[in-house]
Design a protein around this ligand. Structure first.
Ligand SMILES: C[S@@+](CC[C@H](N)C(=O)[O-])C[C@H]1O[C@@H](n2cnc3c(N)ncnc32)[C@H](O)[C@@H]1O
Length: 404
């Protein structure tokens, strides 16, 4: 997708992504886990919906005079079913196996990974920066549990200057979504690429000078903005030092000057009105609603007049049927994401209004993943002539946002 910096001369550093190597057996295992996840999340999930529609829902209706109206009611009706128990257990195990499948190669490569990240931080060949704050207190939402069962979560440091959890995230997410991502438009797609392309088509005069990504982890959904807006300065904020070290080394290897800092997004040290575009992806469902409210107020503060904020998130419960809400909220019970269901109960527009954004600038939209549709189909969507695919396994994204 990106052109890696060519290794030229003795001092050229390898791309941090390229350092770990899987053995034959590890590669086979990663492939197996990726396809197990596809089997569970696509094939078996479809069959489970059929079990609900053909047996569970009719029997519930016969006993209660109406269909289940809420996710929790569906959950109670589904929990005793062997199909659900099997699906849930397979899904849980596939989730654990995702991270486990890359831990060996990361562990073997760890000294080299740390060395490269450290050298990149000193040399900054592309001109980005890395600001860490060892005194930052890690919020409970991150420190209390290994979120989505990833060992060490986003912040644990096993060694000095550690990057291990950044590397596990980088390689594990490839296994996680490897067999599920739509591949109709090769080289394109993912959250940031889809949002940036949507913005360019819909608002051709919008040219952000500074872009901030909150809860950026290793910058996977920050760096694609460089391709769309090459003149923009990129900033990423996260509370986890190892993911930021990894993200910085990765950006530099791609020749992108991104500025990463270890800060709580609730209260950053950026100046008022510093950014023209503030984004986040897969972020708010992992933190408490109270924290989301503070962060959106902070977004309003750091956004420049004329600026735009866009957040990719799970669909709100109000936009989905009770069965799909039950299906999505599985993560709240079994994937160490305790805030997931509570976030989905919120009305995103009300959250933005409460943070001070004018109602008429707030909106919620579902956009296609750019990798799953042709360029013509994506453009037709941006013109309002086509609908985005229904939400399922990376086919489309829900965005909420506002202007200032
Ligand atoms: C699921 S990850 C986001 C993934 C990332 N945006 C991507 O697209 O790859 C959530 C991130 O938010 C970070 N985080 C959680 N609470 C935070 C806070 N209050 N301030 C800044 N970052 C936070 C976590 O450390 C974690 O890296």
């Amino acid at each position: 997708m990106y052109r890696e910096k060519k290794a030229s001369g003795e001092d050229a550093l390898p791309s941090i992504d390229s350092i770990p190597h899987s053995t034959h057996d590890e590669a086979a295992r990663q492939k197996y886990v990726a396809f197990l996840r596809k089997f569970v999340m696509a094939d078996l999930s479809q069959d489970m919906r059929a079990v609900y529609e053909n047996t569970v829902e009719p029997s519930f209706r016969a006993n209660n005079g109406e269909s289940p109206q809420h996710a929790l009611t569906v959950r109670k009706a589904m929990e005793p079913k062997t199909f659900y128990k099997t699906w849930s257990s397979l899904r849980y195990n596939a989730q654990e196996m995702t991270w486990n499948s890359v831990q060996g190669e990361v562990e073997r490569a760890l000294p080299a990974l740390i060395d490269v990240a450290d050298k990149v931080a000193k040399q900054t060949p592309a001109g980005g920066t890395l600001r860490l704050n060892p005194d930052l207190s890690i919020p409970k939402a991150v420190s209390a549990l290994d979120i989505h069962l990833m060992p060490g979560c986003f912040y644990t440091e096993y060694l000095e200057e550690d990057v291990a959890v950044g590397a596990v995230y980088a390689h594990g997410t490839k296994v996680f979504s490897g067999a599920l991502r739509p591949a109709k438009n090769p080289g394109k797609g993912g959250v940031a690429d889809s949002i940036a392309h949507y913005l360019k088509l819909k608002y051709p005069n919008f040219k952000p000078k500074r872009i901030l990504d909150l809860g950026c982890t290793i910058g996977s959904n920050l760096l694609p903005f460089h391709r769309a807006f090459p003149d923009a300065e990129l900033y990423g904020v996260d509370v986890g030092a190892p993911v930021l070290r990894y993200g910085h080394a990765r950006a530099e290897a791609r020749g992108i000057a991104a500025h990463y800092s270890q800060q709580n997004a609730e209260d950053t040290d950026f100046e008022d009105g510093m950014f023209d575009l503030v984004v986040s992806s897969f972020f708010f469902h992992e933190i408490a609603v109270q924290s989301t409210k503070k962060i959106l107020a902070e977004v309003n503060r750091v956004l420049a007049p004329g600026g735009v904020t866009i957040h990719m998130e799970l669909p709100p419960a109000s936009a989905m049927d009770p069965y799909y809400n039950f299906f999505l909220d599985w993560d709240a019970y079994h994937n160490h994401e305790p805030h997931y269901a509570a976030f989905r109960q919120q009305d995103p527009i009300s959250l933005l209004e409460a943070a001070g954004f004018a109602s008429e600038t707030c909106g919620l939209v579902r956009i296609p993943d750019r990798g799953g549709v042709s360029d013509e189909e994506f453009a037709a969507f941006a013109r309002g002539e086509a609908e985005a695919p229904q939400h399922s396994n990376f086919s489309s994204y829900y965005l909420f946002g506002a202007g200032k």
